[in-house]
Design a protein around this ligand. Sequence first.
Ligand SMILES: [Zn+2]
Length: 453
Amino acid sequence: MSGARQENVRTLAAAIGRSEAEVEQLLDATVLITCAPGGERLAHYVEILLARTLSNVRRDVGSAPAVEVVLGAAAPRSRARVIGVGVDGYRLEVREGAVALGAAARPIVQLVAACYAAAAAVHTAIGAELPVPLRMPLSVDLEHLYGAAIARLDERIELGRCFMAGAGAIGNAVLAGFSTLDVHGELHICDPDDASDGNLNRCWWFDHEDLEKPKAERLVVRAQASMPNLRLAPHVVTLRDAIKTMGEKPPETLIVGVDSRRARRSLQSEMPRRVFDASTTGITELVLHVNEALTDRACMSCVYHEAPDEGAHEAHVADALGVGLANVRQNFVSADAAREIAKKYPELDAAQLQGLAYDSLFKQLCGKGQLKTSTAERVLAPFGFVSVLAGVMLAIEIAIRTGDVRQAPAHNYWRISPWGAPIARMREQRAKRPGCEFCGNSTLQGVVKSLWG
Ligand SMILES: [Zn+2]
């Protein structure tokens, strides 16, 4: 079984509380995509996303499908349950049965629609009791959500000199979003890790040819042609090392798509002026967070403060890998730790472990079923469409908050379900957290003031 499929099997098994053998055939459900004239792009997006989760996604009528995804006003071609998907202007709709909207709109609207279409199709196709309800009809009006700022999506977006930490699922998805917008500037993509086959179920741009190659470099190779006005530069190191090597001051704009809470807190201490961050919580939800230096709002350390279960998780990772807890808290594998891990896992090469993020390494070993551990805890990767929705929604946040931001919305934190329309009143304006290790450190705050004041 490929790593990508294994990740999906494992995620689904955990989600519905059945064995991996039982759920495997659920992922073999056939989904047929039927597309109205002019809806090729939407069909392509839906196909890319569905094929990352289900193994039988078809455009031609063959054996009886479990679900038929019908885009725009096309007539169904089977007797299967129909998930209708429509887009128009800034609106999209996903519902059981026919939709009144069309099959073409702004590409970014189609991308968002494709994520929700994939969620609805997967939920319907696997026919099991997922612990998250599918809330249909699923109707989204981006103009209603973002107000006048939504016009930014049609304008030239000046990103300037920007850094991105993490070239995995979220980083891939942010660039999928950018590929539909007129983004200008230069983006430095930092990630010390290679792509593993456990990543392929959720990385928009990657396929088998990218395996065991640096994610940052592969993302640039794959995505650059689709965003000619945004120069992409890969750095196969951490953000901190990239900045150090380039002799840069802290980044003006930082996009964050790393794995762990601790890694996010440590990125805040790089003192970026503006942060755009997206994360996923298993298959249940995604979180968008933005912040700007020198405001009274929450920073990334406030939002991703040390959670009570975080220590237990880190202790588990340390135990499973055969290193000390202090090692795991450094986020990245040191030369010494790499030797320790290779001692416990002789099939791994110490030289290649050095510099990897602990959470990525742990997820990778989970995905391959290689972990030598007595406890059953595992890190579950989300389904592809969850990560892609997170990155694409973050790309929208970036677009509407870049340039003239007077109309930008006030929220700095938003939890969104991939299984229902985004809810405007879930948007929060989070204040600083008392005791935040970053906001509460007067030395760091002094440096921030001198940098961005
Ligand atoms: Zn803070």
